[in-house]
Design a protein around this ligand. Sequence first.
Ligand code: C2E
Ligand code: CA
Ligand code: CA
Length: 546
Amino acid sequence: MGKVFILNKEYAIGWPAPLFLILMLELGVAGITYLAGGTEFTFTHLMYIPIIFSAFFQSLQGAMLAAILGGFLLGPWMPVNVELQIEQTPMNWVLRTLIFMIVGVVVGLLFQHLKLAAQRQIQSSFIEKNTGLPNLSKFRLEVNHLTQRQETFCVTAFNIANLYYLNAHVHYLVGEQVVLKVSETLKNTLGDERVFSIYPDTLASLLPGCTVEEACCMSKRIIDSFQETLLIDGLPVNVDLKCGILNYPLHAAETDQLFQKLDTTLRQSKTVPGGVVIYTDAFLEKRKARYDTAVALYNAIQNHEFSLVYQPIIDLHKHKIKGAEALLRWRNETNHMGPDEFIKIAEDAGFIHQITKWVIENAILQIKKWEEVGIISKIAVNISSDDLKDDMLTTYTRNCLEASGIDPSFLSFELTETVFTSNEKQVKNVLERIHAMGIKIHIDDFGTGYNSMIQLVTLPISHLKIDKFFVNYIDQDNYRAVIGETIRLAHNLKMEVIAEGVETEEQMRQLSAMGCDNIQGYYFSRPLNEHQYAEFYKEYSVKEKI
Ligand code: C2E
Ligand code: CA
Ligand code: CA
């Protein structure tokens, strides 16, 4: 365990004030006894009051002193009967003094014990149990002391970026050992009392009088010392350590501001190579801008700022339009962001569900709308991995399909391979329910993620979409080989292939020669709004007939 850091400031009350009060009380009791006519006429037990009082303020010593003094004040000079001048026998007052002392010892020890227990409780509330280091509350207290005294200092916070991974995928005991190892290194380099455990994966140090440059040098040395793989119980472990640095008063004028900025700096340190980041105002501005975008995005549905565009997918065997991929667009006065960017923001902020629901509902309405004017076109919508974490999507889609009356096989869901990195069993269950409803499942950007062959065999997948990255380099042997093998694999598994990002006739020709079933890309058409798509559909259908 670490040191005891908190001093009993709140509990240690100086001697003079209580001593004077106790003396007054004892003299008061003695005075009352005398005026009442002697020990015969009054309760000498009143003297317990100042003794207990003294035990509370000054524990054992105080109680003993009060007991002896009380004993003497009611002792040799205090008559049994003042009027008749009957004196006490020495045995009488000595015995009383002894009883006062016994009570003083018992009460004094009791208060002493209670105070120690309370102190220990307070001390342990400032200690983080695993590392034995002072915790966030203690860190705040220390930062507060320094800012109140307006002393210059640096805070360096070290985040173990892969701790979650180690705890979840290796073993929590390994995670604990890594935290202990980092805390030992920090204590050895910076000094025992300067290191704090502020979050489960973050240790901070407080460096009074230190400049940003000095803090940066020290932090780099510490991070470098973790470049080599550690051996924990014979297991090789890499520690991904990041560091954020702030200076008072350079970066923050008071404690709350400093903590807010420390948080921002730590987040930022996770995104830069090298891992040591010194706070700059640009971080906060960037975070604020992202927050504003998230709020605007959240309101985009009510504000009617979303629209869908449709990119045709062409069936190479039948030379027909197979359908379209629905791609989301967001337009308002200030934002002209692409879906790659704003979908990520909605996923991080946790409201991608609402957006996906909007896309599904509108895609279904569009299928119906086109059907009514003779355009028979399937639509594929993009689904985020977060959408598959519960059954909400399946229920919602079923309701929309039932309300519209369209054939569910006109709808397909495009999923990237990232969905398989989360809860596999849950994803499998949801996908099976989607498949049972008659909706087709496409694997998007195939070959760019972490797919396993097991998922290809066990999940109800109908189409693989070859990413434009491969199509772009189709003239190179290696890329052509990957495309060829993907097509063969898909066909053996009774799946169809869609090649994305086809921009030239040559790419289309080569894909067709390799047996690719469908293509999508600027060669045929860019994404179109619903009216443009209807025009394209009609024109293409005429071409088919010629
Ligand atoms: P994606 O699903 O891979 O969509 C294909 C992207 O490639 C689209 O970009 C499309 O405009 C673009 N593209 C199509 N043909 C070509 C081509 O020949 N050459 C090139 N260079 N690009 C081509 P977009 O519309 O900017 O969408 C980007 C990504 O945003 C999509 O990638 C998808 O992951 C995501 N996204 C779009 N709409 C939605 C949506 O409604 N929900 C979700 N969750 N994600 C969406
Ligand atoms: Ca897609
Ligand atoms: Ca794609």
